[in-house]
Design a protein around this ligand. Sequence first.
Ligand SMILES: [Zn+2]
Length: 290
Amino acid sequence: MRNLLTVEVEEYFQDEGFADNEDRRNWDRRASHVRTQTLRLLDLLDLRKRRATFFVLGWVAERDKNLVREIAARGHEVANHGMSHRLPETQSPREFRLDVRTAKRLLEDASGTAVTGYRAPAFAVNRRCPWAHEILAEEGHLYSSSVCPPRIDGDGTGQTTPWKTGSRRNILELPPLSHRLTGQNVPIAGGSYLRLLPLRAVSEAIAAMNAKGAPALLTLRPWEIDATRAGSQESSLVRFRHWVGVEEFEGKLSTLLKEHAFGCVRDWMAKSPYESEDHAAPGRGERAAV
Ligand SMILES: [Zn+2]
């Protein structure tokens, strides 16, 4: 079964552990590495003949339209990661709509392709922003990958396979891969979990998801294949979560791409429109008030 590879195109300092503590106005003062890291990732995907969905941050697209163009030109899907990596729940519905609309237009202009997918920062569409899916559908998105299923890492729904949501059930939500480990539903699709777990455990989780008839969705950030960027300003916990396993990750990713079939969401949706049971997810039945 074809699985789904997704990438969040952003700088390492835009991760939540940093963004919580840092004024976004400082971002332009930092050295940018996202172009170099993304091109390196694109080369790896070429080598393995795999396509991915790239959720590009509007902040990056504003500064480097050619990078967005390059991603699309190399056969990958360009999708929406909002403008400035703000959690939906920290925005009003009106602000959220403006954020996703602005980023979508920017990415469509830069890529020359329709942008139909959205990923919230930190998979943070939850009960505190029940209007999010409705707004995404109204703004022309066909799918979202923005809800973390395991309850241990926030207030996810517990749903591990895709489901349709929104008041008209017209937007598909694609949760990141999770797997039961030590009695808990652990989000292993990306981040420190994916970097630390043995390859065998990741492959088992992919097989278990495929056995449910659903694709396994993995996610990564371009900085995760660049160990030279390890920062020194963050707390030790943030430093651990952010950088652990980075040195070995490119090799591990290369093996995963070799051993499993991966593609982008756009191609997968075109070939196998997903029918699922409805699910009481955030946003269901809620009407956006803006
Ligand atoms: Zn992100």
